[in-house]
Design a protein around this ligand. Structure first.
Ligand SMILES: C[S@@+](CC[C@H](N)C(=O)[O-])C[C@H]1O[C@@H](n2cnc3c(N)ncnc32)[C@H](O)[C@@H]1O
Length: 237
C-alpha cells in the first residue's frame, strides 16, 4: 500500500514492473494486515487530530480521491446514490464525497479509533448526517446491503496482508462485497499490492470490468509500469 503522494510506504508488493510482482501464491503477509496495527495507527492519528486538527494520512494521495470522483461524475452517479467507503480510515474520502454533493454516505471500519477519528473529522466539517459504522467487513452479518457504489482504497490490500486468513479473507471479501452491492452496483478499488490483471482475476466472477482509472506511471530500464491500480467494476447476475 502506498500513502500520501503515492510513495511506497506500506506497500508489500510494489516491485517496479508488473511482470516482477509476486503471484497470488507468494504474496507476503504483514502487520498491516492486522487490526492491532490499524488501531494503534488511528489512535495516534486521533490524538493528533484532537491536538492540531490534522486528519492524518491520505492513502495514495489526494489524487486517488479526485480520480474516483471524476469517474463518478462521468458515470453520472446520482447524488442520492447509496455509497459505502469500505475501511474508511480517517473518513477523508467521505468528506470529499459529501463536498462533491453526495448525500447518502456510509463509512465503515473495524478499528474503533478509526471510526472515532472519522466521526470527529466529519463533525469538524459539519457533516453530521454521514454514518460511520464500526464493523469487520468480513463479518458484517448482512448489515451492509443495498449500496449503489462501494469504494475501497487500500482496504483489500490490508485484508490481503492478514497473516491469519490470507486466501479465506480474500474470498470472503469478494462475497461480502457482492452482498453489500445492489444488482448493477459499482465497485471502485485502488490497490498497490495487486496488479490490474490480478484484480481482474479476483473480481472475475459476478462482476464485469468497467474501466481502469489513470494512475501515475514511470519508466525504468526502458519499460513502463504503474505502482497503483485503480479499477471500476459493476456487478452482474
Ligand atoms: C490502508 S488503510 C486505508 C484507509 C482509507 N481507505 C484511506 O484510503 O485512507 C486500510 C483500512 O482498512 C481497514 N480495514 C482493514 N481490514 C478491515 C476489515 N476486515 N474490516 C473493516 N476495515 C478493515 C483498516 O482499519 C484501515 O482503516
Amino acid at each position: 500500500m502506498a500513502g500520501a503522494g503515492e510513495n511506497s510506504h506500506g506497500c508489500e508488493n510494489n516491485s517496479d514492473l508488473e511482470e516482477d510482482r509476486c503471484s497470488e501464491n507468494d504474496f507476503g503477509t504483514s502487520e498491516l494486515g492486522t487490526k492491532e496495527y490499524w488501531e494503534e495507527t488511528y489512535q495516534k492519528e486521533l490524538e493528533t487530530f484532537k491536538d492540531i486538527g490534522d486528519v492524518g494520512e491520505i492513502w495514495f494521495g489526494e489524487e486517488s480521491m479526485s480520480r474516483v470522483l471524476q469517474w463518478m461524475d462521468e458515470a453520472k452517479i446520482n447524488e442520492n446514490a447509496a455509497i459505502l467507503d469500505i475501511g474508511t480510515g480517517n473518513g477523508a474520502f467521505l468528506v470529499e464525497l459529501a463536498k462533491h454533493g453526495y448525500k447518502n454516505l456510509t463509512g465503515m471500519d473495524y478499528s474503533p479509533a478509526s471510526v472515532e477519528l472519522a466521526r470527529n473529522v466529519l463533525e469538524a466539517e459539519g457533516l453530521t448526517d454521514v454514518s460511520v459504522k464500526e464493523m469487520d467487513f468480513l463479518n458484517c452479518e448482512g448489515q451492509l446491503k443495498g449500496f449503489d457504489v462501494c469504494i475501497d482504497k487500500g482496504t483489500f490490500d490490508a485484508i490481503s496482508l492478514n497473516p491469519d486468513n490470507t486466501e479465506d479473507g480474500k474470498k470472503m471479501y469478494v462475497q461480502c462485497l457482492k452482498d453489500a452491492l445492489k444488482d448493477g452496483g459499482f465497485f471502485s478499488i485502488t490497490s498497490c499490492n495487486w496488479t490490474k490483471e490480478q484484480l481482474l482475476e479476483r473480481f472475475g466472477e459476478g462482476f464485469e470490468f468497467v474501466q481502469e482509472l489513470p494512475t501515475p506511471s514511470f519508466k525504468f530500464g526502458g519499460k513502463t509500469g504503474n505502482s497503483v491500480a485503480a479499477l471500476i467494476f459493476k456487478t452482474i447476475h
